[in-house]
Design a protein around this ligand. Structure first.
Ligand SMILES: C[S@@+](CC[C@H](N)C(=O)[O-])C[C@H]1O[C@@H](n2cnc3c(N)ncnc32)[C@H](O)[C@@H]1O
Length: 264
């Protein structure tokens, strides 16, 4: 049976690959890379190619570029958004299944390199389940975990993800928008295109912010949200203009929680 490895490659350069990920990339000779039209996705596809080049000791491998459409844009209604994500994933599954059937021989293995960690805000496990359940291709898959952008963020700021005996919420900008300031104690946010933290500047929250983590353009800012928010908005806008895209992750945390142990 054909085998696909979903490999978490970390959030930036090859230095974030685990040994297991690197060993699998070394062993396998076929790589599928999704190509989307946007600048961000071209850059990310390029970084994946660089990782393969860096890890493979010989040139005996094949990269197959899989062209996929952009997800349809729409309003901010959550149900509508979920529907659009699902229909986009189904479309992607069908395209990927065709490519698998065309490019892979019966017992061949191939890799899909997944940004960061495959279990965190990534649809590829569900896409592959869909392919298998609907018999679009004869396939099994294995997941090789990776370092997520969130792990790199906490490492860079030298903070734990959770506070002792407490809860960490991991959410998106879309969901954060619905929260009231008193709901936020310790919240990590991905996929925020709306600068949602601006909603909370009247609080005592701290922000630990990072953009382009793990790449040469990495930017880190931390401090009391109300003191650093303007700097984040300015740098974000400058970098976005320069590169054409941005990926940012941040944690909002109650300052009171932050200082508790320091005062103990
Ligand atoms: C579709 S999710 C994928 C997350 C990924 N699976 C992970 O483990 O980090 C994309 C979001 O992850 C975050 N992200 C991914 N890579 C990042 C990076 N290098 N720097 C900052 N944020 C990043 C951003 O919030 C971005 O909008």
């Amino acid at each position: 049976m054909r085998k696909l490895y979903l490999i978490g490659i970390g959030p930036g350069g090859p230095q974030y690959l685990t040994i297991e990920a690197a060993e699998t990339i070394k062993r396998v000779r076929l790589f599928f890379i999704f190509e989307k039209a946007s600048e961000k996705n071209r850059d990310l596809a390029e970084m994946r190619k660089q990782i393969i080049e860096r890890v493979k000791l010989d040139k005996d491998y094949r990269i197959v570029e899989v062209k996929i459409p952009e997800r349809q844009k729409g309003g901010r209604d959550m149900d509508d958004y979920k529907k659009r994500v699902i229909s986009w994933r189904v479309e992607k599954a069908k395209i990927l299944a065709q490519v698998i059937n065309k490019e892979m021989t019966d017992n061949e293995s191939a890799c899909l390199l997944i940004w960061g960690e495959p279990s965190l805000y990534d649809g590829h496990m569900e896409i592959l389940q869909y392919i298998i359940e609907n018999r679009l291709a004869d396939l099994e898959f294995e997941v090789i975990p990776g370092i997520s952008s969130l792990q790199l963020l906490t490492a860079r700021h030298r903070i734990p993800l959770n506070l002792a005996g407490d809860t960490i919420t991991i959410t998106t900008g879309r969901r954060l928008k619905e929260k009231q300031p008193e709901d936020i104690k310790n919240t990590a946010v991905l996929l925020d295109n709306y600068l949602t933290y601006r909603k909370f500047t009247e609080t005592d929250l701290y922000i630990y912010w990072g953009a382009y983590l793990g790449t040469e353009d990495e930017v880190l800012i931390s401090g009391k949200l109300r003191d650093v928010v303007d700097e984040i908005v300015r740098i974000r806008s400058e970098m976005r203009k320069k590169k054409g895209w941005i990926m940012e992750t941040y944690i909002l945390r109650l300052m009171a929680e932050q200082v508790k142990m320091r005062n103990a």
